[in-house]
Design a binder for this molecule. Structure first.
Ligand code: BG6
Length: 483
């Protein structure tokens, strides 16, 4: 087994929005976990920058509370926490004004790798980018990290790209899609391109259909205001699911190199067919199980926002013509389960004369909760009495197969932040990729807005609206059962 962790140089990382929810839940706990894993050099510095009037001690207290709340208890070691907190500084800053910028400049150390995490509303991106330059804080090697939502349609995404491009080159911009930081998502590339087994049959000729499911049990509690303007299409499909689809469908890049990988993903997005209204089912969860429905969390009692979406997507290129990709994602579903299922075609002829007992091989790549892979194969049913076939799973849980050393894999955010410091953009979205994804998404959303389409109600704890079943039934297929 080859295991090689690429070391990280000491760095200055500034978190704009350093007191916000993402910083507390993900960024600071993630950095702490990398610190105790020995990946964050001790002479690195993290600077929280936000509007709040705090001093460094106050910020360290905030970070300590975040670690205590969001890091597993067995990873909380007092000496380590103290050492980590010592790397933290804080500066109170006015993103659109003059306060705080010269203090920030004084904190930055020349010659260090510098990165700026824009964990703030996109409307502040331009002002922050401009001030970083005005005050000579950023240099041509600095990196900036931006979060989703990267725009809400093609026009806004273009405007954001333009604002950032005024001050930073594409090579400096790291657009995060945290799905790309998930272990199994990267494993998709390993499975496809580090084995000879699958790639020769990875095409419409041998693959009947692909199903991508991202099921969640949570609702939109507390995020109603954001979510209502977004819906499942903007929140999950345009970014996370699109990335999964790209990694499954793309051609082999010539190299595992940022632009080589992103060029191939872009080609997939550009080859996506426009989706017809009949190929989409939208849903909105109803009240049930003692909890309010979507409407109760929305600020609009007549909201037509979807909390569930299922769709059939086609890719018009040589590899995929004729293989449907079925996507579904939703909140308040029966289980938190995400997987990609690739169903191969049945053998063209059964020499056993029992064509009805021939099942298709299915390769399932599980993203969560239990990361792993299953391949179903047909074998002979043991015992005498003639040749009877049965289907068995070749099942592999990554945690079991790889053992304890690998059970504690970094969370998506920690991995991605370390990639920023390493200067590796492979797992980040390029500007043209984001724009192409919106160019495909926009007409779909505009279509249902123009028609005034309402989502179908579905019961919490169910598998989504019944209409989603029809999407596959009419093609003679079924969704896989997700538990
Ligand atoms: C976020 C969405 O990007 O991804 C959330 O805004 C969603 O609505 C979340 O719940 C899902 O991420 P994960 O890692 O829990 O699958």
């Amino acid at each position: 087994m080859v295991s090689r962790v690429i070391p990280v140089e000491p760095f200055d990382l500034v978190i704009f929005g350093g007191t916000g929810d993402l910083a507390k839940r993900k960024i600071l706990p993630g950095l702490y976990r990398r610190f105790i894993a020995g990946q964050m050099p001790a002479n690195s510095q993290i600077v929280g920058a936000a509007r709040a009037d705090l001093d460094t001690d106050g910020y360290r207290a905030l970070a300590r509370a975040a670690i205590e709340e969001f890091v597993a208890k067995d990873k909380q070691d007092e000496a380590q926490i103290a050492a980590f907190l010592a790397t933290l500084n804080y500066t109170s800053i006015d993103a659109t004004g003059i306060n705080g910028w010269s203090a920030l400049r004084t904190l930055m150390r020349p010659g260090m790798v510098s990165a700026f995490y824009f964990s703030v509303a996109p409307s502040l991106f331009g002002a922050i980018a401009e001030r970083l330059h005005e005050h000579g804080i950023a240099n041509p090697d600095s990196r900036i990290v931006v979060e989703k939502p990267f725009g809400r349609d093609l026009a806004t995404a273009k405007a954001l790209n333009a604002v950032l491009a005024d001050h930073f080159t594409e090579g400096q911009i790291y657009r995060i899609d945290h799905y790309l930081g998930k272990e199994t998502v990267q494993n998709l590339m390993a499975v496809r391109f580090a084995n000879i087994l699958f790639e020769p049959i990875w095409k419409a000729q041998y693959i009947d259909n692909v199903q991508i499911t991202v099921g969640e049990t949570v609702g939109v509690e507390g995020r109603g205001a954001y979510y209502d303007k977004s819906g499942a299409m903007r929140d999950m499909v345009q970014n996370h699911m699109m990335q999964l689809l790209c990694l499954i469908a793309m051609e082999p890049p010539y190299k595992f190199d940022p632009n080589a990988v992103r060029d191939e993903k872009l080609k997939v997005i550009r080859a996506l067919d426009p989706v017809q209204p009949a190929d989409i089912v939208r849903g909105q969860y109803l009240a049930g199980g003692g909890q309010g429905g979507y409407i109760e969390h929305s600020e609009n009692p007549a909201s037509k926002t979807e909390s569930y979406i299922a769709m059939k997507v086609g890719i018009s290129n040589w590899r995929w013509m004729g293989t449907p990709f079925y996507l579904r994602t939703g909140k308040r579903l029966r289980s938190r389960a995400s997987e990609i299922a690739v169903t191969f075609k049945a053998p063209p002829h059964s020499i056993f004369g029992m064509s009805d007992s021939m099942h298709e091989n299915v390769l399932v790549i599980r993203l969560q909760p239990d990361e792993g892979m299953t391949l179903t194969v047909m074998i002979k049913e043991p015992g005498p009495g003639g040749m009877r076939l049965t289907e068995v799973p070749l099942d592999m849980s990554f945690a079991e197969a790889l053992g304890a050393d690998h059970a504690d894999v970094p969370d998506a955010y920690e991995r991605l932040i370390m990639d920023v410091i390493r200067g590796n953009q492979t797992l980040f979205m390029r500007g043209d990729e984001v724009e192409a994804a919106w160019a495909w998404t926009d007409p779909i959303i505009q279509g249902w807005e123009a028609r005034g389409d309402k989502p179908k109600g579905y019961d919490p704890g169910s598998a989504g609206p019944d209409d989603a079943l029809m999407l596959l039934h009419r093609d003679g297929r079924r969704w896989r059962d997700i538990r």
